[in-house]
Ligand binder design. Structure first.
Ligand code: SAH
Length: 209
């Protein structure tokens, strides 16, 4: 599979019908998802590996990992409607591709409340940015670092300095950062009139040796 094919397949996935503002539900743009997943795959972090998608929403990140050959993907999402969407999207991809895929588990759970006790090779996450629940972004990061030695996580670029400290505190270090611009206005109801671009950094971090 090429990166372009991956991006096209991910662009076909169903989006949130009525995004829930209090949960900061917005879909990861398919190009951004394809870019970071492709990078992870090139680094040997996906093929045959166990992957966890935290705050999985539509499932785009975890399903992309599945397309790139992950052995097992666990999706953690608080919202039952979104969890149903992940299952629908999984079936959609099975129809669109003929390829044999790994197994999935969908956990409808709060990433921040229950210790998840998951272990994996890689965590991919586009978490809430902490606009509604203060520090949800760094709390997700802490949860991610407890699960896997390699993490890709999207954050507002305005929090870069803060994030850098939070990453060091977890005993992790940055490998690479990927800059993106998300248009949040298109999907978040309270912004609907004014689509506004938000600059985003996806951090690839790894556990210190
Ligand atoms: N990566 C997904 C969703 C990004 S939006 C996609 O691109 O489709 C963030 C997601 O985190 C939303 O689906 C929201 O419902 C979920 N979420 C918010 N708070 C959560 C929590 N405490 N535990 C688990 N999931 C949560």
């Amino acid at each position: 599979m090429s990166k372009a094919t991956l991006a096209v397949l991910l662009s076909r996935l169903k989006r949130f019908e009525k995004p829930k503002t209090h949960l900061e539900q917005y879909p990861t743009p398919s190009e951004a998802a394809a870019t970071i997943l492709w990078d992870a795959a090139q680094r040997g972090l996906i093929q045959g590996k166990q992957v966890v998608d935290l705050g999985a929403g539509t499932g785009i990140l975890g399903l992309g990992a599945l397309l790139l050959g992950a052995k097992q993907v666990t999706f953690v999402e608080i919202d039952q409607e979104a969890s149903n969407l992940i299952e629908e999207n999984r079936q959609l991809l099975t129809k669109l591709t003929d390829q044999e895929q790994g197994t999935i588990t969908i956990l409808t759970a709060d990433v921040l409340k229950n210790p998840l006790k998951l272990t994996a090779d890689l965590v991919v996450s586009n978490p809430p940015f902490g606009t509604k629940h203060k520090h949800a972004d760094t709390a997700f990061l802490t949860a991610a670092c407890a699960i896997a030695p390699e993490v890709y996580s999207f954050h507002k670029t305005s929090t870069d300095e803060h994030l850098r400290n939070a990453i060091a505190k977890e005993g992790f270090h940055p490998i690479q950062t990927f800059p993106f611009t998300f248009s949040l206005g298109a999907t978040m109801r309270h912004h609907e009139k004014k689509a506004h671009p938000v600059t985003i950094t996806c951090w690839h971090i790894a556990k210190d040796l």
